[in-house]
Design a protein around this ligand. Structure first.
Ligand SMILES: O=c1ccn([C@H]2C[C@H](O)[C@@H](COP(=O)(O)OP(=O)(O)OP(=O)(O)O)O2)c(=O)[nH]1
Ligand SMILES: [Mg+2]
Length: 144
């Protein structure tokens, strides 16, 4: 897949063979206040092949240690998008700000094949075992 590197950033890379996500870095230093959000540039633009999309996922380590997640997780990168990939970060911690430095890995990009549906309008839908049950219809959590 073709990639352009806009700001002297490393080529996105998988940390280990077999990893699903290639790490993305922030190109700017940033402080995220408690419960605040910031959009950070990654210095990366890509040309996905037709029939693929890429998804911007949070990193588990940042989430567990600092409460940092991706607001729109997973962010969707369309195959036709040629702009810089940006990451919308949220500091979920209510008390501590988070300081990120240029070059810190802030998210991971998962590239996947996607199907394109044709939406055919019908008056009724075929039956199924689940039917219209949703939102916990199969049972609650232990405390409910
Ligand atoms: O985390 C993200 C999500 C999206 N994008 C870019 C790539 C994507 O192709 C484009 C549009 O994203 P999306 O479709 O999620 O946003 P929208 O609000 O529906 O905007 P649009 O009207 O441009 O589709 O923005 C990012 O850089 N980072
Ligand atoms: Mg859109």
């Amino acid at each position: 897949m073709l990639v352009t590197l806009l700001d002297d950033v490393p080529t996105p890379a998988y940390a280990h063979p077999g990893d699903a996500g290639a790490d993305l870095v922030t190109t700017v230093d940033v402080e995220i206040p408690p419960q605040g959000r910031v959009t950070v540039p990654t210095g990366v633009a890509i040309a996905l092949p037709e029939g693929y999309a890429a998804f911007v996922h949070p990193r588990s380590g940042l989430a567990a240690k600092h409460g940092v997640t991706v607001v729109n997780a997973p962010g969707t990168i369309d195959a036709g998008y040629r702009g810089e990939i940006k990451v919308i970060l949220l500091n979920t911690d209510v008390a501590e700000p988070v300081h990120l430095r240029r070059g810190d890995r802030v998210a991971q990009l998962v590239v996947q094949r996607v199907e394109h549906a044709r939406f055919l309008v019908a008056t009724t839908l075929p039956g199924s075992h689940r039917g219209q049950g949703g939102f916990g219809s199969s049972g609650g959590f232990a405390g409910s």
